[in-house]
Ligand binder design. Structure first.
Ligand code: 13P
Length: 249
């Protein structure tokens, strides 16, 4: 079953300074002026931690939810130099947190650590966007779904609360590469994820990896895709807004 609401989630990664808040506000301004769009779209900006509070305080946006891009597995405070907890993120205005991104998995973040991070985020009432996806090598070995399944089961279990957890399917080989999966492959993968992890209702599943204003129409023919996790193109308000516009064209 398809979730009606379409998600457009920006992942700014390690980009942006105080001046970039103007970009974020352009998105806010656009969404504020589009009542119809708001009724069927959910816009989430996952900003660097340094900008979350400033955005919240300056723009008081009713239409944009804020998210962070990672958190420490300990829920509140601890002697973990350089780390930020889910409690601290919640405290500055985050409602979502991206976890398990391949850019963090590649530095050694294990499914077990991701599991602890998910627990801490949920305890703080943050919604989790859990990233999963196969590498090129795994794709070539036709292991795509078994990799995804293992990543989901080892950090969430077979049954999870589909109200609090969003799955983002991001093939590692598609991130920042300009390459995207074939439509028929996406159809199969999204169906499999939704079918295998249905618990009361099917989870919200996003696609991420090289999404841009030109290729977004390729995805609109796959109804099981509930939205997008957008990296590079989300740092420009024009590109991000064009993705949304073209999706509905
Ligand atoms: P790109 O859109 O830059 O490929 O990044 C995708 C991503 O990693 C989003 O989390």
């Amino acid at each position: 079953m398809t979730n009606k609401l379409k998600y457009f989630v920006a992942n700014w990664k390690m980009f942006g300074n105080l001046a970039s808040l103007k970009s974020a506000n352009k998105i806010n301004y656009y969404i504020s002026s589009k009542k119809k769009l708001r009724s069927h779209s959910k816009i989430i900006l996952c900003l660097p931690n340094t900008l979350i509070y400033f955005f919240k305080k300056n723009f008081h946006s009713k239409f944009i939810s804020l998210g962070a891009q990672n958190c420490h597995q300990d829920e509140k405070y601890g002697s973990y130099t350089g780390s930020v907890s889910s409690y601290m993120l919640k405290n500055v205005g985050a409602k979502y947190v991206i976890l398990g991104h391949s850019e963090n998995r590649i530095t050694g973040e294990s499914n077990n650590v991701i599991k602890k991070k998910i627990k801490s985020a949920l305890n703080q009432n943050l919604k989790v966007i859990l990233c999963v996806g196969e590498t090129l090598k795994e794709k070539n070995k036709k292991k795509t779904f078994s990799v995804i399944k293992n990543q989901i089961i080892s950090s969430l279990g077979k049954k999870f609360n589909t109200n609090n957890i969003i799955i983002a399917y991001e093939p590692v080989w598609a991130i920042g590469s300009g390459k995207i999966p074939k439509t028929n492959k996406l159809e199969t993968i999204f169906k499999l994820i939704k079918k295998n992890f249905k618990h009361k209702k099917a989870p919200v599943v996003l696609y991420g990896g090289s999404v841009n204003a030109k290729n977004i129409r390729n995805f609109s023919s796959v109804p099981d895709i509930d939205g997008f996790l957008i990296g590079g193109a989300s740092q420009s308000p024009k590109k991000f807004i064009d993705i949304i516009k073209n999706y509905y064209k």
